[in-house]
Write a protein that binds this ligand. Structure first.
Ligand code: SAM
Length: 464
């Protein structure tokens, strides 16, 4: 039974929607909620999504009411041993966090061609969700300040497969070089983490009132550093997984006192049981998620419009370095027709990036440290393209490339980088596929198969 810090419980008394006995009971309960979110770029139709969900049987599924690609599962499957997890078919995400889709949909209201920044993005749960809300002409910049976490973020976005994505590894203050560049900014701030106590009881010992205060100061610093990059009339979405008002509503008041903002209200269905709060001084709307009330973990989210700010001004258009026309023609067969992509030379590799976002790409490349941009297609030598893993998982890869369909057992062997015997005459690069989803590449040689699944991603865990 989790023993919650008494100082936390005291500090929550009187907060909107807080019910001490329901809150404590939810933390004492052994029930664990499992939810996943489907990748709409890989499973576009409802029929395909239902098919994917059936694949989790005997677990039954039901919809997360505030997110149309989110689903609860009645039991937790082993995601590690599901090849479709490694193919980026879905993301395992806590359900409350999926409220971001509702906020985005209501606040952004169908606007297209947006530049969106997810400032504190690793491991990428909210980035993959934001990406799913964007049209092809929009650009997502997913940023993470900690290097090792930025690598994980890049891996998760590679699995998601979109080309209109950039992963950067920068401190929030680096974004002040991009004043007024972004239309939407998500700050899912590092916090004291009380909202995750149910899922991670180990975090309880790290909680203290002093840490709440430190987190609140850090949240203010992060916002102050990054906000210049949001344009006038841009949308700021602020989130934490803390229940403490100091990190939630008080930050909204701090924003109102350090800039010109207006609160954006989000329409809620009563049966969602999400609690609307108002900040004490300026009445800014916030949305609180309490386990016991909602089927999800603790979360706070708010949305504001920035009422003054710069518009990004660029003295000179930048140019990305494109590969030659002849090489572009060699690349065509790897992509679906009418892909709208440009082929950019980046060191030894060719990067696939949306043509109409090339200028933004150059601006970002000049001002940030980019960990990943678009889809790395691989190395184009005089003889051939040595295709990269990211190309295999991308949503724009051609559908008629040579591929080998694997059984589940074979797919897991492939994902472990074990030796695999496949009976095909076709030599050369082959996609390794499971249930129509690409897992990666293999090169078939006259007497063996070379497994090109990336070493650092291979499954290490033994089947129980
Ligand atoms: N948005 C992520 C998701 O949905 O998967 C979770 C983000 S987590 C709540 C906060 C992130 O902020 C962490 O990845 C952490 O490394 C990062 N972070 C920590 N200190 C930071 C700082 N001073 N500035 C910016 N980000 C920071």
């Amino acid at each position: 039974m989790a023993v919650l810090p008494s100082e936390l419980l005291q500090s929550l008394e009187g907060l909107p929607g807080y019910d001490a006995s329901a809150f404590i009971a939810a933390h004492d309960s052994e029930d664990r909620i499992t939810s996943t979110r489907i990748n709409p770029f890989k499973f576009a139709s409802e029929a395909a999504q239902t098919q994917l969900l059936k694949h989790f049987e005997p677990a039954e599924f039901s919809a997360v009411p505030w997110c149309d690609t989110g689903f609860y599962l009645s039991e937790r499957p082993s995601f590690t041993f599901d090849p479709l997890f490694h193919a980026g078919a879905y993301y395992v995400q806590e359900a409350s966090s999926m409220f971001l889709q509702q906020v985005f949909k209501q606040a952004v209201n169908g606007e297209r061609s947006l530049k969106v920044l997810d400032l504190c993005a690793a491991p990428g749960g909210k980035s993959t969700l934001l990406q799913s809300c964007l049209d092809n002409d929009s650009l997502l910049v997913a940023n993470e300040v900690i290097k090792s976490r930025a690598a994980l973020l890049a891996d998760n976005l590679t699995k998601w497969g979109t080309a209109n994505t950039v992963v950067s590894n920068n401190d929030p203050r680096d974004f002040n070089k991009l004043a007024g560049f972004f239309d939407v900014m998500l700050v899912d701030a590092p916090c004291s983490g009380s909202g995750l106590f149910r899922r991670d009881p180990g975090a309880i010992d790290e909680w203290s009132p002093e840490n709440v205060t430190l987190c609140s100061q850090r949240q203010q610093r992060i916002l102050a550093d990054a906000l210049p990059a949001l344009k006038e009339d841009g949308i700021l979405i602020y989130a934490t997984c803390s229940y403490s008002a100091e990190e939630d509503e008080a930050i909204l008041d701090w924003l109102m006192e350090h800039g010109a903002f207006e609160s954006i209200g989000i329409a809620l269905e009563p049966d969602w049981n999400i609690v609307e709060s108002k900040s004490a001084k300026h009445g800014v709307n916030g949305y609180r998620f309490y386990p016991g009330k909602v089927q999800g973990e603790g979360l706070f989210m708010a949305c504001l419009r920035k009422k003054e700010g710069e518009h990004f001004y660029q003295k000179q258009k930048q140019g990305a370095s494109l590969i030659s026309k002849q090489d572009s023609l060699r690349m065509e067969k790897w992509l679906q027709p009418e892909h709208g992509m440009a082929f950019v030379q980046y060191k030894d590799d060719v990067i696939i990036f949306p043509h109409n976002l090339l200028n933004e790409f150059s601006i970002l490349q000049k001002n940030l440290y980019l960990k990943k941009a678009g889809i790395n297609a691989g190395q184009l030598t005089a003889k051939e393209l040595i295709p990269s893993h990211a190309l295999a998982l991308s949503n724009c890869i051609a559908r008629d490339l040579p591929a080998i369909d694997l059984s589940k057992e074979e797919a897991l062997k492939y994902l472990r980088r074990d030796d695999l015997m496949v009976n095909v005459d076709r030599k050369g690069w082959n996609l390794m596929r499971y249930e129509q989803m690409n897992l990666g590449w293999a090169k078939i040689l006259p007497n063996r198969m070379n497994n090109y699944y990336p070493k650092e991603l291979r499954i290490l865990k033994e089947i129980q």
